[in-house]
Design a protein around this ligand. Structure first.
Ligand SMILES: NC(=O)c1ccc[n+]([C@@H]2O[C@H](COP(=O)([O-])OP(=O)(O)OC[C@H]3O[C@@H](n4cnc5c(N)ncnc54)[C@H](O)[C@@H]3O)[C@@H](O)[C@H]2O)c1
Length: 462
């Protein structure tokens, strides 16, 4: 039996049995009736959505009823992915960038998964909530600070919740460390680091046919992310992709649930990597038109964040330097320290607990610790998650989204996480433009963070 079949049966017999968490704040009563099946509309049908589609199609409790994307190629690939699982073809909305609004009018859509280019996320999330559809939104940062408030205000007004689909919060090593944080191994947390340190040079440019490592074009001559993402690196200097690094440590530090981020300061290195890539690429060269452009985003952008309970966070954004993938997590408490140097593997980290290691001042490899403190969610669903994207963590983020929509329970990563995490991008741009000046991070909960209780991944339910 394949693991896909295992996953399906496993879900059938296990996910419906878990106890639901109680509602805890104002965006509560979005559903009084429990759903057995969630009907999903996909907005943005490119590479990322196809990963979600693969996960959803393996669940008997999800139907994908409609897809909106102005690009024929993405629609074709997304539909092929659905058909591969013998699921019915969804309704298609492909007449331009606003056709998703027609998808939002459908009665057979309960929730939407937004996987469009960054500049669309908040606009489409707001439209979805206004139409009564629950948005799950992919990762990135805001273009403007105001959009973060607009999303919060819309969710509070409509009482439609939003889930921030930050998959790295569910990475196996990250969740084991969260488990150890909660068990007190680290003592009181002092500082954390994370970031997006991923060499994307071969993603930000291509030949318009093959997505990776195939050329030096971007914009309308390119394919997938190079069509739209590169433009952000060209025109903006800031922490463009904060949530993969921030989400996991924000959860460990109870951000928006007893704690909050209060201010930040960012500085950027010079920008060299993307220009050098174009000049040195066999299809580029010094005379290629793209070699004449000045990419505004510094190759390395560091953002320091202060939290109201006294911790600091350092985020690093680096997508244009030669380096193996590593999000650079570090969690420092009064009693110990975790530092990762890999991509989520159990052995790819150092750990040190002063008391357990008898003040040895010597690192231990993480394997033993991450195995012993494997999060209950991974213990329960590890086999089911096998084969899902990004080492299995995508299974968990989609699982949480669907389970909450079905049960009408609060999302573990919610609209306040969305707003505060997304706000880092425009605030870091402003800080850099002002020579590293401190920027105040708004309290998007308007004081509720003081009484909101942490709810992310307690137990083995979702
Ligand atoms: N969480 C993760 O691990 C992860 C991984 C990859 C990408 N992402 C995020 O997912 C999102 C999508 O990235 P991708 O790699 O799929 O990019 P992509 O370019 O492959 O797909 C984006 C799709 O959105 C479509 N689109 C453009 N404007 C639209 C509109 N107005 N309405 C509907 N669709 C529209 C495009 O035609 C394209 O098909 C981004 O936010 C990206 O940062 C997250």
């Amino acid at each position: 039996m394949s693991h896909l079949v295992n996953r399906r049966n496993f879900l059938k017999t296990s996910v419906l049995t878990g106890a639901a968490l109680g509602f805890q704040d104002s965006i509560q009563a979005f559903s009084t009736t429990k759903k057995e099946v969630v009907r999903i509309g996909i907005i943005g049908a490119g590479f990322r959505s196809q990963e979600h589609i693969g996960n959803f199609c393996q669940r008997p409790d999800v139907q994908i009823t409609a897809i909106a994307d102005p690009q024929e190629r993405s629609i074709k690939d997304a539909v092929a992915e659905i058909v591969k699982y013998n699921r019915p073809e969804p309704a298609i909305y492909k007449n331009g960038p606003l056709d998703y609004k027609n998808l939002l009018k459908r009665e057979d859509v309960d929730a939407v998964v937004i996987c469009s280019p960054w500049e669309w996320h908040s606009i489409q999330a707001i439209d979805a909530m206004n139409a009564g559809k629950i948005p799950g939104v992919e990762v990135c940062g805001a273009v403007k600070l105001q959009e973060c408030w607009d999303v919060v205000n819309t969710s509070e007004r409509t009482k439609v919740p939003l889930m921030m689909l930050e998959n790295v919060c569910y990475r196996r090593d990250v969740m084991a460390v969260l488990n150890m944080v909660r068990k007190g191994f680290f003592g009181e947390l002092l500082h954390a680091q994370g970031g997006y340190e991923h060499d994307l040079r071969g993603v930000l440019f291509n030949d318009g046919i093959t997505a990776y490592n195939s050329g030096v074009e971007f914009g309308k001559n390119a394919y997938s992310e190079a069509q739209w993402r590169t433009e952000h690196n060209l025109k903006r200097n800031g922490e463009l992709y904060p949530t993969h690094g921030l989400g996991p440590v924000a959860v460990m530090m109870d951000i928006n649930r007893g704690n909050r981020m209060t201010k930040l300061s960012s500085i950027a290195s010079k920008s060299k990597g993307l220009h050098k890539y174009i000049v040195e690429h066999p299809k580029g060269g010094p005379n290629h038109p793209n070699a004449k452009l000045n990419f505004k985003c510094g190759d390395i952008v560091n953002t320091q964040i202060q939290c109201s309970n006294g911790e600091s966070i350092l985020l690093t954004h680096d997508v244009s330097s030669p380096r193996p993938y590593n999000l650079g997590f570090r969690v420092q408490g009064t009693e110990g320290l975790w530092q990762d140097y890999g991509a989520g593997g159990k052995t790819q980290g150092f750990i040190y607990f002063e008391k357990e290691m008898k003040h040895s001042h010597k690192w231990d490899n993480t394997e033993k610790w991450l195995t012993e403190h494997d999060h209950p969610l991974w213990q329960k669903y590890g086999a089911a998650a096998e084969g899902a994207g990004h080492g299995g963590m995508d299974f968990f983020v989609d699982h949480a989204f669907i389970e909450c929509v079905k049960r009408g329970t609060e999302f573990p990563l919610d609209v306040y996480d969305y707003a505060s995490w997304y706000s880092i991008t425009p605030l870091s741009e402003k800080s850099i433009a002002e020579g590293g000046q401190i920027q105040l991070i708004p309290d998007f909960t308007r004081g509720k963070f003081k009484t909101r209780k942490p709810i992310f991944a307690f137990g083995d339910d979702y």
